[in-house]
Write a protein that binds this ligand. Structure first.
Ligand code: GLU
Length: 417
């Protein structure tokens, strides 16, 4: 195995393990490994200076057997079809694992949103939304935010789809602002879920979360609020990082102050007064109770996994640990709460948002948070029970539950024709 497996290789490798554990046949394996639909579109962008650029956009619907496809839209320069395929596959297992009636999808545009003006970003979003309109819709495929996109992106997508339809269709995307059919609690849902997942793992091991030390890689939509929630609940967040590097304070950082620093215009946490600067690589190797990788795929791999000193890795990102990294962590006794479980709070509340949109009846933030907590604690328990019963890692157990439910749906529906 190469030291740096691609996201798609990792996803297929993990699927292979689950298929083997479940005793599924080759035909079913092929069915589960193959996306139902992959769409590649050209996204022409008129830059503010009048020049024209053609960007590549994608939407992959990995599986539709349990309901409409569901998954985020990523704007990132390294996004390509294979990455989107991997991320779509992980969405399928994630939705099945937490028991929400969706298949998995993912989309993206190969672009660095930080290099675009707000007007350019709006034009890219609207043109991309328009190009994928034939395959999305509240009963077909429901996008949401992911890396490089946010609730404003979703508002533009919803508006574009609605203009084409001739009426307002709030349920076509989730993660929208509350003012246009979004759900209370969706903004912080992934991060809140990461906190619940970390608590479940700590408490199961008899460790009080109050006073537990935490390092968070990625201080964006997921990592930023996860750090804040964990801090507010009594954990000591000793380090956080972003694309430029990280900050460390063994006595504990104040994530709310760091978030305010970013909101007031700073483009990185690096250099925040009273902190010591560390690299992203150093952060992953800190001696903490909980490490939360909340940025991109493949950051814990064969070459650095041996230097991870955390007792628990709680995956806020999708695919942050490669299978070779996983093997090393497992051999070293590091307990990994896998992505499809740890970061499922986002899509869980996306489901709540879609349900509210379809019913045109909205819940309070407390209702949303209570339901999210119950859903995640229940999923953790199921995964942990199966892991114990079968003597497999939490990742393999989580994949087995997700993959098993999708295989069951295929068998029950039968094959057409
Ligand atoms: N992008 C998020 C994820 O990877 C959320 C997807 C959604 O809400 O549909 O789970």
């Amino acid at each position: 195995m190469s030291a740096r497996m691609s996201a798609l290789d990792s996803a297929l490798h993990q699927l292979g393990i689950a298929v083997h554990q479940l005793g599924l046949d080759d035909g079913m394996h092929a069915m589960l490994a193959t996306p139902r639909r992959s769409m590649q579109v050209a996204v022409p962008l008129r830059r503010d200076d009048g020049s024209l650029e053609i960007l590549s956009g994608y939407r992959v619907q990995h599986n539709l057997s349990r309901g409409p496809a569901k998954g985020g839209i990523r704007f990132h320069p390294s996004t390509d079809l294979d990455e989107v395929r991997a991320l779509a596959m992980w969405m399928t297992w994630k939705c099945a694992l937490i028991g929400i009636p969706y298949g998995g999808a993912k989309g993206g545009v190969a672009v660095d949103p930080r290099l675009l003006s707000r007007h350019e970003l709006e034009r890219v979003t609207r043109r991309y939304a328009s190009e994928i309109t034939p395959i999305i819709g509240p009963e077909k495929d429901i996008p949401a935010p992911d890396v490089g996109t946010d609730e404003q992106t979703m508002a533009w997508m919803m508006d574009t789809y609605s203009i084409h339809s001739g009426y307002t269709v709030t349920g076509v995307v989730t993660g929208k602002p509350v003012s246009v059919g979004g759900s209370e609690g969706r903004g912080g849902a992934t991060s809140r879920g990461v906190m619940y997942a970390a608590f479940s793992a700590l408490h199961e091991a008899g460790i009080d979360h109050r006073g537990a030390t935490v390092a968070v890689q990625g201080f964006g939509k997921v990592g930023g609020l996860a750090a804040q929630f964990l801090h507010d609940a009594g954990c000591i967040v000793v380090a956080v990082s972003d694309w430029k590097g990280g900050v460390h304070d063994p006595r504990g950082l104040n994530p709310a102050a760091l978030l305010r620093h970013l909101r007031s215009g700073a483009d990185t946490v690096v250099g925040f007064p009273g902190t010591e600067t560390i690299t992203n690589a150093e952060l992953l190797e800190l001696d903490v109770d909980v490490l939360v990788p909340a940025a991109l795929e493949g950051v814990i791999h064969e070459e650095n996994a041996d230097r991870v000193r955390a007792s628990f890795v709680v995956e806020g990102a999708n695919g942050p640990t490669t299978p070779d990294g996983d093997a090393v962590l497992e051999a070293n006794g590091v307990r990994v709460v896998p992505d499809v479980l740890a970061n499922s709070g986002g899509v869980a509340v996306s489901y709540f948002e879609w349900v509210q949109d379809l019913q045109a009846y909205f819940w309070t933030e407390d209702e949303v948070n209570d339901r999210l907590k119950r859903l995640m604690e229940q999923a953790y328990e199921q995964v942990s029970d199966l892991s114990r019963e079968r003597g497999v890692s939490l990742r393999t157990a989580a994949q087995m539950i997700g993959v098993g439910r999708v295989a069951e749906a295929h068998r029950t529906r039968g094959l057409y024709p």
